[in-house]
Design a protein around this ligand. Structure first.
Ligand code: CA
Length: 526
């Protein structure tokens, strides 16, 4: 007989997010058995797993089930108070239209500036700041990935130890570059993504490119003259494009290519090794927010704490991005209302409409987003998931919107339109220029990126205890009542400054857990 996990001997606890809510979620580790007396007075009729919903009143068939004060679905049958409200009892509400939305109506009050916070970063010639000092090897096409990886192992073993001020060497491997409809309008997305990733502030403007020779994505198309990083900002002098072409007749045999890549890498490593950290204002942080492996606690603990931290960052003058289009789609009315101007709201609607059409071409809609793990964690559908997801964006006015793969040029809170896929969202935020990544998870994911530190925030203490050497912050203390959203938000803010400065490493950095870059290519392949 399979055993249900033991329920910890603590008083039953539930979390209700809004006074209008007619459901609450069970907070206790391991869930609660039938017969438990809830703080709100109901007796549980079913065993309810942790993070799952319980009806606080009798719900008639067709009644709206309210969480965060809004309908997350309608009851498919009569549900008695004290019953488990799982996804099979809920009908998904239709997606809200993109017409007649409130456009910049909320006008959030300007947040008080937060001064005096700094970190130690690597200032680049273009004014951007890196949090790590990394040599990146850009590749025009997947064909060169194996050769580059071979060279990378030798660079790490033979060269990197000679350059102690360089943190790492990273190969920017990807699946694009040839066999694709490169002139299709949507091909601009993967191409600008690759270009802008190689210009990420953590790479110090040292571009080295490996090309095959015959590929569609030629080096000059990937990095046209006008996009090259500056050596001297005052004189406007840019670096020449440093390309090594494997089909160059000068290379006779494999080792000739490898030796040439090592010579090329040594030059860049010498320059990167001369860089030192300097004190810069917290406004130089470019923080990408996302979530993955979400559960019903994501919107109760971790995401609200990240939202509080996001407001602190905006107050400090930093750049913050939130993303994941299918996870904000159902909260669109809250977001367009919070836009700083009708134009910003309109751009957000345009990005949503483009994504709706993209999903429609594949004959799916936003309900394709939720995973079996989301549902096991108590999230019944995409509406419930979205409402918990957008809390990450805090309360500041949304002042910018960025298309997928574009480079961020503004401070403040920006909606960076990306798919919700963890790897694609991270890749696109990297292209936007993020120098720190904050990632919340309830089910648990060991996600990490080679190019930028990833700070992972657990939604539940049980996960934080079990994955004690993978999770950087435990927001589960909020559900336990031992810390407030503000406490965890400030803890995260201070940790961001420490990690940005290199004083602390994230667990993903410690174990070198690196997920692959995954491009968003909405264009056809050939
Ligand atoms: Ca995600």
């Amino acid at each position: 007989m399979p055993q249900t996990p033991p329920t910890r001997l603590t008083a039953p606890r539930t979390v209700r997010m809004h006074p209008d809510d007619n459901v609450a979620i069970v907070a206790n580790d391991g869930g609660l058995p039938a017969g438990s007396l809830l703080p709100s007075g109901q007796i549980l009729r079913d065993r309810v797993p942790q993070g799952h919903k319980v009806a606080l009143v009798d719900l008639k068939q067709g009644a709206a089930v309210l969480r965060y004060g809004v309908p997350i679905g309608h009851a498919l049958a009569d549900i008695a108070a004290g019953s488990w409200v799982h996804e099979r009892l809920l009908k998904l509400p239709p997606a809200c239209g993109l017409e007649d939305l409130p456009m910049a109506t909320l006008k959030p009050a300007a947040l008080a500036p937060l001064q005096g916070f700094t970190f130690e970063g690597y200032r680049n010639a273009d004014g951007s700041v890196g949090t790590r000092n990394i040599l990146a090897i850009t590749q025009t096409v997947q064909c060169v990935a194996g050769v580059t990886e071979f060279a990378l192992q030798r660079i790490k073993a033979e060269l990197l130890p000679m350059f102690p001020h360089v943190d790492d060497v990273v190969a920017l491997a990807h699946s694009y570059g040839c066999g694709v409809a490169i002139d299709a309008p949507d091909a601009s997305v993967p191409i600008r993504t690759l270009r802008n990733i190689s210009l990420n502030p953590n790479f110090g403007g040292e571009l080295m490119v490996i090309s095959l020779g015959c590929e569609k994505l030629q080096p000059e198309r990937l990095l046209p003259a006008g996009s090259m990083p500056l050596i001297d900002a005052r004189q406007g002098a840019a670096r020449p494009l440093d390309v090594l072409c494997l089909q160059d007749p000068a290379h006779v045999g494999f080792m000739s290519m490898i030796e040439a890549i090592l010579r090329q890498a040594r030059e860049h490593l010498q320059r990167l090794n001369q860089r030192r950290r300097e004190t810069v204002p917290a406004s130089e942080l470019v923080v990408g927010l996302q979530c993955g492996g979400s559960d019903a606690f994501s919107g109760v603990t971790a995401n609200p704490a990240v939202g509080f931290c996001s407001d602190l960052l905006v107050r400090a003058g930093a750049s913050v991005m939130f993303s994941e289009t299918t996870e904000v789609r159902d909260g669109i009315a809250h977001l367009t209302a919070r836009a700083s101007t009708p134009e910003v709201a309109q751009t957000m609607v345009r990005e949503m409409a483009w994504y709706d059409a993209y999903l429609q071409r594949g004959q799916v809609d936003r309900s394709a987003n939720t995973t079996p793990g989301n549902k096991m964690g108590g999230l019944s559908n995409i509406v419930e998931k979205a409402l918990g997801s957008i809390v990450k964006s805090g309360s500041a006015a949304i002042t910018g919107v960025l298309g997928p793969g574009e480079k961020l040029k503004t401070k403040g809170l920006t909606y960076a339109a990306t798919p919700a896929s963890d790897f694609i969202c991270g890749t696109l935020q990297l292209a936007a220029g993020m120098n720190l990544h904050v990632f919340t998870t309830g089910r648990g994911t060991p996600y990490g990126l080679a190019a930028v530190p990833v700070i992972k925030v657990a939604t539940r203490s049980e996960l934080a205890r079990r994955w004690h050497d993978l999770m950087d912050v435990n927001a589960g203390t909020i559900a336990e009542g031992s810390a407030s959203i503000e406490d965890v938000g400030w803890e995260l803010f201070r940790l961001l400054l420490d990690v940005a400065s290199g004083r602390k490493k994230t667990w993903a950095e410690h174990w070198k857990l690196h997920n692959a870059l995954v491009l968003f290519n909405p264009a056809p392949v050939t």
